[in-house]
Design a protein around this ligand. Structure first.
Ligand code: HEM
Ligand SMILES: [Ca+2]
Ligand SMILES: [Ca+2]
Length: 301
């Protein structure tokens, strides 16, 4: 299957090229780190990590599907691709560039570095109708678990990967139900009462749905486990993150990173997160003679 250093003979500069392009993009705009991390998730969850989300040229490209609304960062992938086509034409897949860029983005946000197995090939389909099974912000914990399980990801992976929300922002659009239409109290009762007025003030009922707020209150540019602490204490911003604290199994995973008795020797959030990322990066990958290597990431050859 995939392995670290897949391009070591055919394109030894692949990692440094992607790294440099991502670094430049994030130094120019710090919010790009979260954008690139999210892009990899959305690619992997539909048709596997195969660059299907990057396509612009079909009738109804996957990227126009509702669950992908607001996914960005395509230009960064295309920039890296253009440089790699100049140095090693026809060798590096767009899907691998997306996976490497997500890793480099995490590092740029002070998160853990890890090795990315490569060798993914690009897919031949990209259609709006295929994105229907993406997790939704208002899904129940059971729906979230099932959607992850269907991709070979456990409840532990669900918690760790959701913790990617340690960086980045959400549009108020995704907060409406949680703040104003939550059955039966109007707002989600798990929101800490000291936090609810603040959330409502930042995303007023009939306000601009495009206003953005940090998903990890106070730490949206830093990759750390503060998101898990916030979730535990009722300071989750996204409803789907809050659901992780309602369920015995997923709550136990969160709590395991806050062991009061043995804080130093407990499990490491960073180590476990990167393991889950590597797992996510293997979903439905196309290798060997399946798929191909695109010349331009936004178009089939
Ligand atoms: C558990 C299911 C998940 C749900 C329901 C979910 C939902 C969302 C929503 C609603 C947003 C805000 C989008 C916007 O307004 O632009 C968001 C942003 C984000 N998501 Fe998720 N997400 C999930 C899992 C993940 C996973 C697995 C990752 C990566 C490993 C991830 C990474 C991100 C990042 C980094 C952002 C911030 C994007 C930005 O700042 O532009 N999410 N997510
Ligand atoms: Ca895909
Ligand atoms: Ca954070």
């Amino acid at each position: 299957q995939l392995h670290v250093g897949f391009y070591s003979n055919t394109c030894p500069q692949v990692e440094s090229t992607v790294h440099d392009v991502v670094r430049e993009a994030v130094l120019f705009d710090r919010t790009k780190a979260a954008v690139l991390l999210r892009l990899h998730f959305h690619d992997c969850f539909v048709e596997g990590c195969d660059g299907s989300i990057l396509i612009n040229t079909t009738q109804n490209p996957e990227k126009t599907a509702f669950p992908h609304a607001g996914v960005k960062g395509f230009e960064v992938i295309e920039r890296a691709k253009a440089q790699l086509e100049a140095s090693c034409p026809g060798v590096v897949s767009c899907a691998d560039i997306v996976a490497l860029a997500a890793r480099d983005a995490i590092v740029m946000a002070n998160g853990p570095a890890y090795q990315v197995p490569t060798g993914r090939r690009d897919g031949f389909v990209s259609d709006k109708s295929l994105a229907g099974n993406m997790p939704d912000v208002n899904d129940s914990i059971q729906q979230l678990k099932t959607k992850f399980l269907n991709k070979g990801l456990t409840e532990k992976d669900l918690v760790l990967l959701s913790a990617a929300h340690t960086i980045g922002t959400t549009a108020c659009f995704f907060m409406r139900k949680r703040l104003y239409e939550f059955f039966p109290f109007g707002s989600d009762p798990t929101i800490n009462l000291n936090f609810l007025p603040e959330l409502k003030a930042r995303c007023p009922k009939d306000g601009d749905v495009n206003i953005r707020l940090a998903m990890d209150e106070g730490s949206d540019l830093k990759f750390d486990k503060s998101i898990l602490k916030n979730i535990r204490e009722g300071f989750a911003v996204l409803a789907s993150d809050a659901r992780l604290n309602d369920d015995f199994v997923t709550k136990s995973v969160i709590d395991s990173y806050f062991n009061p008795i043995n804080p130093t020797f407990g499990p490491s959030f960073e180590n476990d997160f990167v393991q889950s990322m590597v797992k996510m990066g293997q979903i439905g990958v196309k290798t060997g003679s399946v798929g191909n290597i695109r010349r331009v990431c936004s178009a089939f050859n």
